[in-house]
Write a protein that binds this ligand. Structure first.
Ligand SMILES: [Zn+2]
Length: 253
């Protein structure tokens, strides 16, 4: 597996993170709104003008956006359009090449972009501690639907709360170490700390993915990122992570 790391600052353009999910010109693009954009919260029954403004500025008509209410599950959906997602709860969305823009929101949880180049399928996952393992479900789903082999799949692990800030009870650390490898949690400064990036990297290595890129940054340390832990449950800023097919999303930007 090819592994690389990128500093957040290298893919940050103002208040948006942008990068390509592959070196080829047709590769899907990834977007992540930063905290100054405000809350990108998605609920099925309420409009969010900040979200719509963010998508429009990035050349994405809001009607193309796919979203579900997140529940910290490992459920990954493969919808053919937005009507299939009405009222639905899940934590990952993968689509075939086309107009749809799969999204999740994050604030300490890890956004994971995924791509299967041979079929063109691409999507986004929401992986907090409870949902860790959703990457494996996504790879399984790509195999079932597109005959994808893990060695054909690329993933990008986005910024999340780092072990510097993510103290957890010992039971949770033990669960992580036994499920995802000893790197997934460590004892430091007298406290157990989870490392969502290491856990997902362990999953990706065990599966044998083609490549994993990790975007370095801690949501709780960096004030430009939305963080449940730093900002608190009443006012934390949900950032939106999106995957956009080819160059289509850029045309109007
Ligand atoms: Zn930190």
């Amino acid at each position: 597996m090819i592994y690389s790391e990128i500093d957040l600052e290298r893919v940050r353009f103002g208040d948006t993170v942008r990068f390509s999910l592959g070196p080829d010109p047709g590769a899907p693009r990834a977007l992540l709104s930063l905290r100054p954009r405000g809350s990108m919260r998605f609920l099925h029954d309420s409009a969010n003008p900040l979200r719509e403004g963010f998508f429009r500025e990035n050349g994405i008509e809001p009607g193309r956006v796919l979203a579900v209410e997140l529940v910290h599950s490992r459920t990954v959906l493969f919808p053919s359009g937005p009507e299939e997602l009405r009222g639905v709860q899940a934590d990952g969305i993968i689509v075939e090449p086309g107009p749809w823009v799969p999204t999740v929101t994050v604030a300490d949880c890890m956004p994971i972009w995924i791509r299967h180049e041979p079929s063109g399928a691409y999507g986004i996952l929401h992986s907090g501690w409870q949902g860790t393992g959703i990457l494996e479900e996504a790879v399984r789903g790509l195999g079932d639907r597109f005959g994808a082999l893990p060695s054909e799949i690329d993933a990008v692990l986005g910024p999340a709360i780092g072990p510097c800030c993510y103290r957890v009870p010992e039971e949770r650390a033990e669960y992580f170490r036994s499920s995802f490898g000893p790197e997934a949690a460590r004892l430091e400064g007298g406290a157990w700390r989870l490392d969502l990036g290491a856990a997902n990297l362990g999953i990706a290595r065990a599966l044998g993915l083609r490549s994993v890129t990790r975007i370095l940054g801690c949501t709780s340390c960096d004030p430009d990122l939305g963080s449940f832990r730093r900002e608190g449950p009443e006012r934390f800023t949900r950032m939106v992570a999106a995957a956009v097919w080819g160059s289509s999303g850029r045309d109007a930007a």
